[in-house]
Write a protein of this length. Structure first.
Length: 500
C-alpha cells in the first residue's frame, strides 16, 4: 500500500454495495494520490500523514448530481464558480450539467465542434467540483457530430427536450426556429427525436462506448391546450395553476411515445428524467414491462420529493415539469422506497431574482422556470428519507453509485479502494432551517425557504483535497472536467478536454 497522505479517522463509512452499512461501524479511510487506498479500523500512519478526525460522523461517497444546468440564466463562467460552491456545500462532488445550443446558455446556434470548446473554456479553472456534460442534439448536423463528441470530448450521454416541439422554456413559443436557433427548414419534433435515437445507436455500435439518451418527457400539444384552459378559467393561481397547465398525463403520454421510439430504433439505454407524478412513474413502469429489452432508468428530483404546490415558498418554485399535489409527492416516495427509482438529483438551475420574476411577481406564467437546490439534495434526502425508512446504503446508491455507473464515471460513486477520494461527512443529528441567505448559490431565494432539515454536511473531500471544512467552502477551485469514454483519459489532473 502506498504511503498514506490523508487519513480520515473514526468515520461511519456508508458503502453502497453493503446493506450492513446502514449501521456502519467506525473505520478509517486512507487516501493517497487522490484515491482511496484502504478502509478499515486502526489503519497505520506515519509522520507525514495528515489526519482528520470524523468524530463518528457518517461518511458518504461524494454525490454525483447527474442533472444540473450551469449557465442557463447567467454567464457560464460566473455560474460555474458560484453554483459549484453550492454543490460543494451540499456534498455534491461531481456535477453533470445539461447543455444545448439555442436561447439561454451561450445564446447561439451552430455546430457542437465549435460550441463545446467555448463551453469548456468558460468553465475551466472555475469549478469547485468535478464536472461533465450531457449534450442535446438540436439539429441534423448535431446528430452527425455524435461520434466526434464521444471521441473528442468524452460525452457519452445525450438529451431530448420533448416539449420544445411547441413550447419554449417557460411557455408557448410561436417561433420554434428562433427560440432553438435551428435552420428554418428543420423541425424539432418526433421525427427529429427518432433520428437522434438512431444517431446515438449508430455511434454506440461504431465506438463500442456505452451511450445513453435522457428525455424530458412532456407533450407540447397537451400543455398548450391545458395552458389555454387554465388561463381562460382563471380560478387557479400560482404553482397549482402551473401544474394544471402541464398536467401529469402529458408526462405519461410523452414517456409512452419516447419508449416506443426507443424500441423501434433499438436504442437500449434510456433515462427518464425528473418524473414528477404518479402517472409519470406508472407510465415508465408500464413501458419497462412492454419493452424489457430497453434498459430504462428512472430519475426524480429532490424538489419533487420535498415540496408540493402548497408547501413551496412562492412561485419561485416554478419548474418543468411542475411541482405537484401532495398525493404525487407521496406516490414518488412510495416508488422510491419500492426500489423503482434509480437516482435522485437536484435539477439545479440558478435563476436570480431579476431573471426569475416578471413584471407581476404573482403571475406564475410570467416567471421563468427552474431553481437551484444542489445544496439541499443530500441532507434533504437523508433527513426525509430516514423518517420514511430509507436506508443509508440506499441513499448512497441513489445519490452516487447508480448515476456514476450509468454515466460512465468509473472512479466515482463509491467508498472503496481504487475510487476517487470523494468523501462527504454528514452529521445525521443536526437540526437546521433552510434560508437562501445561507446558501453559496448566487440565487437570492429558494422554494425550500423555512424547511426544517435534520442532517447536515460538515466536511467534503474532492479527490482527497478538503473543499468544505466545518460547513465552509474553501476558496480555491479544484474541479476537473471528466472525459467519460472508456478507457478514460487520466482524471487526476485534467482541467481541459484535450487528450493527455
Amino acid at each position: 500500500m502506498p504511503a498514506t497522505e490523508l487519513l480520515i479517522r473514526n468515520a461511519r463509512v456508508v458503502r453502497p454495495d453493503e446493506p450492513a452499512s446502514d449501521d456502519p461501524a467506525l473505520a478509517d479511510i486512507a487516501i493517497s494520490d487522490g484515491r482511496i487506498v484502504a478502509i478499515g479500523p486502526g489503519l497505520p500512519v506515519d509522520d507525514q500523514t495528515r489526519i482528520v478526525d470524523a468524530g463518528g460522523l457518517l461518511a458518504f461517497p461524494g454525490v454525483v448530481d447527474a442533472h444540473q444546468h450551469w449557465g442557463i440564466y447567467r454567464d457560464l463562467a460566473d455560474d460555474t464558480a458560484s453554483e459549484s460552491r453550492a454543490c460543494a456545500q451540499g456534498g455534491v462532488t461531481t456535477s453533470l450539467t445539461y447543455m444545448r445550443t439555442g436561447r439561454y446558455y451561450l445564446n447561439r446556434g451552430g455546430p457542437y465542434r465549435e460550441f463545446v470548446p467555448e463551453v469548456l473554456d468558460r468553465m475551466a479553472g472555475r469549478s469547485h467540483v468535478d464536472y461533465g456534460l450531457h449534450l442535446a442534439p438540436m439539429t441534423a448536423e448535431h446528430i452527425d457530430e455524435i461520434p466526434y463528441l464521444v471521441e473528442e470530448f468524452g460525452v457519452t450521454s445525450f438529451k431530448i427536450f420533448m416539449f420544445y416541439g411547441g413550447h419554449g422554456l417557460h411557455g408557448r413559443s410561436s417561433d420554434q426556429s428562433s427560440f432553438l436557433m435551428i435552420p428554418p427548414d428543420e423541425r424539432y419534433d418526433l421525427a427529429h427525436f427518432e433520428f437522434v435515437m438512431r444517431g446515438i445507436e449508430r455511434a454506440r455500435a461504431q465506438s463500442g462506448q456505452p451511450l445513453s439518451l435522457s428525455l424530458h418527457c412532456e407533450t407540447a400539444e397537451i400543455m398548450a391546450a391545458y395552458t389555454a384552459l387554465v388561463e381562460q378559467d382563471g380560478t387557479q393561481t400560482g404553482l397549482r395553476a402551473y401544474s394544471a397547465s402541464r398536467p401529469a398525463h402529458s408526462e405519461g403520454l410523452a414517456i409512452t411515445m419516447a419508449s416506443y421510439l426507443a424500441h423501434e430504433t433499438g436504442l437500449a439505454d434510456i433515462n427518464l428524467l425528473h418524473l414528477s407524478s404518479a402517472k409519470a412513474v406508472e407510465a415508465a413502469l408500464t413501458m419497462a414491462q412492454a419493452f424489457p429489452h430497453v434498459n430504462f432508468r428512472r430519475e426524480v428530483t429532490i424538489g419533487h420529493l420535498l415540496a408540493d404546490v402548497d408547501t413551496a415558498h412562492g412561485i419561485g418554485g416554478k419548474v418543468n415539469p411542475p411541482l405537484r399535489e401532495r398525493a404525487d409527492v407521496e406516490a414518488l416516495w412510495q416508488h422510491l422506497l419500492a426500489g423503482e427509482i434509480d437516482w435522485v438529483v437536484s435539477d439545479h438551475a440558478c435563476c436570480r431574482d431579476e431573471a426569475k420574476f416578471g413584471a407581476d411577481r404573482d403571475d406564475v406564467f410570467l416567471a421563468k422556470s427552474g431553481f437551484g437546490g444542489a445544496e439541499y439534495l443530500l441532507p434533504g434526502l437523508i433527513g426525509e428519507g430516514r423518517k420514511r425508512g430509507l436506508s443509508l446504503h440506499r441513499i448512497a446508491e441513489l445519490t452516487a453509485t447508480n448515476p456514476a455507473r450509468r454515466y460512465g464515471l468509473t472512479r466515482k460513486g463509491s467508498l472503496a479502494e481504487g475510487y476517487d477520494a470523494d468523501i462527504v461527512l454528514v452529521d445525521p443529528a443536526a437540526h437546521w432551517t433552510v434560508h437562501a441567505a445561507d446558501s453559496e448559490s448566487a440565487q437570492e431565494y429558494t422554494p425550500f425557504e423555512g424547511f426544517a432539515m435534520t442532517a447536515k454536511v460538515t466536511d467534503v473531500f474532492l479527490r482527497g483535497t478538503q473543499i468544505v471544512h466545518n460547513g465552509k467552502v474553501q476558496n480555491t477551485p479544484q474541479g476537473h472536467y471528466l472525459h467519460r469514454t472508456t478507457p478514460a483519459p487520466s482524471l487526476g489532473i485534467r482541467t481541459d478536454y484535450g487528450r493527455p
